[in-house]
Write a protein that binds this ligand. Structure first.
Ligand SMILES: Cc1cc2nc3c(=O)[nH]c(=O)nc-3n(C[C@H](O)[C@H](O)[C@H](O)COP(=O)(O)OP(=O)(O)OC[C@H]3O[C@@H](n4cnc5c(N)ncnc54)[C@H](O)[C@@H]3O)c2cc1C
Length: 406
């Protein structure tokens, strides 16, 4: 059987692409190939579960526009399919007077990004929102929410009506006159077009398709702690610090999850493996590829202070607690219990800068998503649509098209 489009990867981006493909091409024969035994096994299933507002991103960037669009589409989708979620709002908190100018600049960016309902709060305005949080000022962002991204991914896949093959790592792509012969797991598949959404493996999958991507994926692990159930009352919703001005993270934050638990984290440390989640996880190929890339060393050189701090904090519960206590002084070190980890795919250029926007490259019969960092889960429905539109315009397909139409 020849498929019309094969999607590599059943994270939320691959699932949203399959869902949007079904809308654009109702009769298409769609295939999704996933190397793990279930969807959302990596970044999607191990993220913070936050529906981001879009306040942080550079106005006019893909991140800013697709996050705002995708956020509202995600709320609608969750409502339609009864997926656990809540539009609970969040606080971004300045903890020292020196941070106030940055807080105001972020608020101005939020206005420029047209984030609905944001409010600048004084020190005294904070307790009604978060009784145990202390700061010299804060931004209240009412459209931020929480959701179960695994459930979203599973529902998107189901609604795409694609054939989904699990436990089938992509091994080879052989271009043919009218598409690809795809080797994955123990099988081979034919497809006329291909869209790769491989997250932490995006650069490798692109290389299998003969591309020489300018970016290298370098893994950065994020560890979480959880609050003991008796201490959850200290956090009502979401409490974030100001994001670091140059390091690509939002800072360890406190997040209520849809199941009622409260998580603290994640930090961001260089990881010795792309898909091993323990603090000491090591993979030789991943490490060699990261450390033989000059962009990694340039990144380390630029950010050695932050990197060192993150590394110390990864092995010191006390340092982790001290970061959180700046936001919620009532937190005790015993309130924190070590929990899970996630790994981010950081796309680095050879110059050692991180690629700060979504990035996909379309070719004659394929499209590769080379960078889909946060807020890609929030943005997934809009991002999936943008990817399908880009693919169709490059492949010269109109929408909707029929399989016999071309
Ligand atoms: C710690 C952490 C916290 C985050 N918090 C948030 C948040 O709160 N809100 C938010 O919006 N975003 C958040 N993000 C970002 C968000 O989770 C990611 O941007 C998003 O999940 C990316 O989805 P994806 O489908 O591209 O990647 P993934 O979820 O990693 O999926 C890629 C899939 O491709 C498969 N694959 C890879 N290679 C192959 C192969 N060779 N053959 C077959 N299959 C393959 C993988 O197994 C995987 O299932 C967070 C990320 C992390 C790591």
């Amino acid at each position: 059987m020849t498929y019309d489009v094969a999607v590599i990867g059943a994270g939320i981006v691959g699932a949203a692409v399959a869902y949007r493909l079904r809308e654009a091409w109702p009769e298409a024969r769609l295939l999704v190939i996933e190397k793990e035994p279930h969807p959302a096994a990596h970044q999607t299933g191990r993220n913070s579960g936050v529906i981001h507002s879009g306040i942080y991103y550079k106005p006019g960037s893909l991140k800013a526009t697709l996050c705002a669009q995708g956020r509202e589409e995600l709320y609608d989708f969750a409502q339609t399919w009864h997926i656990p979620h809540e539009r609970c709002g969040k606080l971004i908190v300045a903890t020292t007077p020196e941070e106030l100018p940055r807080l105001k600049a972020l608020y101005a960016r939020g206005l420029e990004n047209q984030i609905p309902g944001i409010r600048l709060l004084s020190e005294d305005d904070i307790p009604p929102y978060e009784p145990y949080c202390r700061g010299v000022g804060a931004i209240y962002v009412p459209v931020t929410g929480i959701i179960d991204y695994r459930a979203v991914t599973a529902r998107l896949l189901e609604q795409s009506k694609a054939t989904v093959v699990f436990s089938a790592p992509l091994k080879g792509l052989v271009p043919q006159r009218e598409g690809y012969l795809i080797y994955a797991g123990n099988g081979s598949y034919e497809s006329r077009y291909l869209i790769a959404c491989a997250g932490l493996q995006a650069d490798r999958v692109a290389r299998l398709d003969g591309l020489r991507p300018p970016l290298r994926i370098v893994p950065f692990r994020g560890d979480y702690y959880e609050l003991r159930p008796e201490s959850r009352y200290k956090v009502r919703n979401l409490i974030y610090p100001l994001p670091h001005p140059t390091y690509p993270v939002l800072g360890v934050h406190l997040t209520r999850m849809v199941d009622g638990s409260v998580e603290a984290g994640p930090n961001a440390v260089f990881a010795w493996a792309r898909e091993i989640y323990s603090r000491t996880g090591f993979n030789l190929r991943d490490t060699i590829e990261a450390l033989t890339f000059k962009g990694t060393w340039r990144f380390f050189f630029k950010h050695w202070r932050e990197g060192l701090m993150e590394y110390r904090r990864a092995f010191s519960k006390r340092l982790f607690w001290e970061s959180l206590r700046r936001l919620v002084p009532a937190l005790q070190i015993e309130d924190l219990v070590p929990a899970r980890s996630g790994i981010r795919a950081l796309a680095l250029t050879p110059e050692g800068t991180f690629w700060d926007d979504f990035y996909f490259v379309a070719r004659e019969r394929s499209l590769h998503v080379l960078n889909a960092p946060s807020p890609a889960a929030t943005a997934a429905l809009a991002l999936g649509r943008a990817i399908v539109q880009k693919a169709f315009s490059t492949w010269n397909l109109s929408s909707p098209v029929s399989t016999t139409g071309r």
